[in-house]
Design a binder for this molecule. Structure first.
Ligand code: FES
Ligand SMILES: [Fe+2]
Length: 363
């Protein structure tokens, strides 16, 4: 579907300024429900590296904004995705996380499915002439892979993954992503809206204040933020061979990819509710020999420390967004172009459901 052009409704930024989303969009249940339908039910979700699904029967079960799903490698080697919902009475089939199974057995009443999603057995269901197993397969979702990363989408009519990734493929075409090996997954949970954390990720304005150790190892005077199609791009030269010289990317609507010398990390920003967010980080390195292990662990820890610094500040903002005093704030043209771009994408998505912020229309 074509994006709705809001330009004609937008106040002239030269005279009115550029402002962020209204505070209530960061905690209202109705906004969160609209985002579930208009964003998370229809956009591609980063699931895991394909290396997590190497053998037939390997699966990863995950969740985003209340939608539970899993991706599994079928016996024929093909990656398949399904809603993690039993078609009998809606139980969750697999616990979240990675695992392996040749058949899936629902623990509620014992229905058994194969890795292609077919119902094989409905034990002790009883005689019923109207019941046909082939009408009760698992509900499929789309799965595509880009450069070794697996994505899923619940919308059968969504554009292909590579189209949806916009400027990303070209931006990282010279980086040897496939040669990196996943070393570890780390999860975090924080008490803030998913947009609050995203706002933080797509700007470097806070680096001097919140990440002093990170600030010390990059040339912050040359930190640059731009955006492409569905992508925010942040770069800064490194000082003294720091691991953090590199490229930090955010992709619409909720994944990140950071590439630095010798490795990368990627994350899925998972809305859990209107005021809780989980981050699922995967760390990858070029050299995964024993000799490099200590350095790799140190890189992971340094990165996790930075994420924790971000949480702290996002949770403080969240409390004030919910308190009802703050309404909206101005966005820096020098540092917050990424926030501006992200907010416009959210505005476009919610406008499809008729939700347009009153203040922005000048009412
Ligand atoms: S809900 Fe799965 S077998 Fe009944
Ligand atoms: Fe940060």
């Amino acid at each position: 579907m074509a994006e709705i052009d809001l330009q004609d409704k937008k106040p002239d930024s030269a005279t009115r300024g550029v402002y962020g989303l209204p505070a209530r969009w960061y905690w209202e249940r109705a906004i969160y429900q609209a985002e579930r339908r208009q964003i998370f039910a229809r956009e591609w979700q980063l699931v895991c590296p394909a290396s997590d699904l190497a053998r037939p029967g390997d699966y990863v079960a995950a969740e985003v904004a209340g939608y539970r799903f899993f991706v599994i490698r079928d016996r024929d080697g093909v990656l398949r995705g399904f809603h993690n919902v039993c078609p009998h009475r809606a139980s969750q089939l697999l616990d979240d996380g990675a695992g392996h199974c040749d058949l899936l057995r629902c623990r509620y009443h014992g229905w058994v499915f194969d890795t292609a999603g077919n119902l094989r057995r409905a034990p002790d269901f009883g005689e019923a002439a109207w019941f046909r197993k082939e009408e009760h397969s698992l509900m499929p979702i789309r799965v595509e892979t880009w450069r070794g990363l697996v994505f899923a989408n619940f919308d059968a009519s969504a554009p292909s993954l590579v189209d949806a990734l916009g400027s990303l493929p070209n931006t990282v075409k010279d980086y040897p992503i496939e040669s990196f090996t996943k070393v570890r997954q780390v999860e975090f949970e924080m008490a803030c809206n998913w947009k609050n954390y995203t706002d933080n990720f797509v700007e470097g304005y806070h680096i001097p204040g919140i990440h002093p150790s990170f600030h010390a190892v990059i040339d912050f005077s040359r930190f640059e933020t731009t955006h492409g199609d569905a992508l925010v791009i942040m770069t800064a030269p490194q000082k003294n061979g720091s691991i953090y010289g590199g490229l930090w990317l955010w992709g619409w609507p909720n994944f990140t990819l950071s590439v630095y010398p010798g490795g990368m990390n990627c994350s899925r920003i998972v809305p859990v509710s209107e005021n809780r967010t989980r981050l699922v980080y995967n760390f990858f390195f070029l050299d995964v020999s024993d000799a490099a292990a200590a350095q790799n662990e140190s890189t992971i820890e340094t990165n996790c420390d930075i994420v924790r610094e971000d949480f702290g500040i996002c949770e403080r903002s969240q409390a004030n967004l919910e308190a009802g005093i703050f309404q909206r704030g101005p966005l820096s043209p020098k540092h917050e172009a990424g926030v501006h771009y992200f907010h416009d994408r959210v505005r476009q998505a919610l406008a499809r459901q008729g939700i347009v912020e009153e203040e922005w229309l000048g009412r």
